[in-house]
Design a protein around this ligand. Structure first.
Ligand SMILES: [Zn+2]
Length: 68
């Protein structure tokens, strides 16, 4: 599925893991990153780094990001 999330800044950073870390979810074992330019959340696992919507970020890492 093609994602429309992110901006040129964090899309470039996604290749070098250069997006600032927000926190680590112990529940879903993902590292939550957020682009300082467009505020898009990125979820990093051992397998992939993907831009997600705010809602999806909260679903995936509720212990890092306040629910609701
Ligand atoms: Zn961005």
């Amino acid at each position: 599925m093609e994602s429309e999330l992110g901006c040129p800044v964090c899309r470039a950073g996604a290749h070098t893991i250069d997006i600032p870390e927000v926190g680590v979810s112990l529940m879903s074992h993902v590292i939550v990153r957020r682009c300082p330019a467009c505020a898009t959340y990125w979820l990093e696992t051992e397998r992939y780094l993907a831009a997600v919507s705010d809602d999806e970020a909260r679903r995936e890492a509720p212990d890092v990001l306040a629910a609701g």
